[in-house]
Design a protein around this ligand. Structure first.
Ligand SMILES: [Fe+2]
Ligand SMILES: [Fe+2]
Length: 140
């Protein structure tokens, strides 16, 4: 079985949009801490970090979707759907951990989350960032 230690969290490039870059950095830090806590089998810390990750993620999705509306981003619907799906998964996991400790589900999440975020940031967010940067420089 893959252990938490073997999960590589891909470093994200900064887009040059300070508010998005700061949010993404915070989420990346939380995922690294979560990996560490899970590896140390520190249940209390894992629960706390998952709750933090859920809150931080929700806050970030709200910020990002607001930025998309402001710049009239045409692909906002598909992008927001991706956010919604992950929020539901995280909330379910959080709820599950509130009652029982399911290390199988937890390990799955710890592998899945960094993959999801990396892919989402590198593809969907990167596409939006390009649009937003053009908007800011008045080149559209
Ligand atoms: Fe996004
Ligand atoms: Fe994002």
């Amino acid at each position: 079985m893959m252990t938490a230690e073997t999960i590589a969290i891909q470093a994200w490039e900064n887009f040059g949009i300070p508010e998005l870059d700061a949010d993404h950095g915070r989420i990346e830090d939380l995922m690294r801490s979560l990996n560490g806590a899970a590896h140390a089998r520190n249940l209390k810390e894992v629960k706390q970090l998952l709750a933090d990750l859920l809150n931080q993620t929700r806050q970030h999705f709200t910020n990002e979707e607001l930025a998309m509306r402001k710049s009239r981003y045409p692909d906002i619907w598909a992008h927001s759907n991706q956010h919604q799906t992950l929020s539901l998964d995280l909330a379910q996991l959080n709820q599950k951990l509130g009652t029982t400790m399911d290390w199988v589900a937890l390990n799955r999440a710890i592998q899945f989350l960094p993959q999801w975020f990396s892919q989402h940031v590198l593809e969907a967010d990167s596409k939006f960032a390009k649009w937003a940067l053009k908007d800011r420089s008045g080149n559209r």
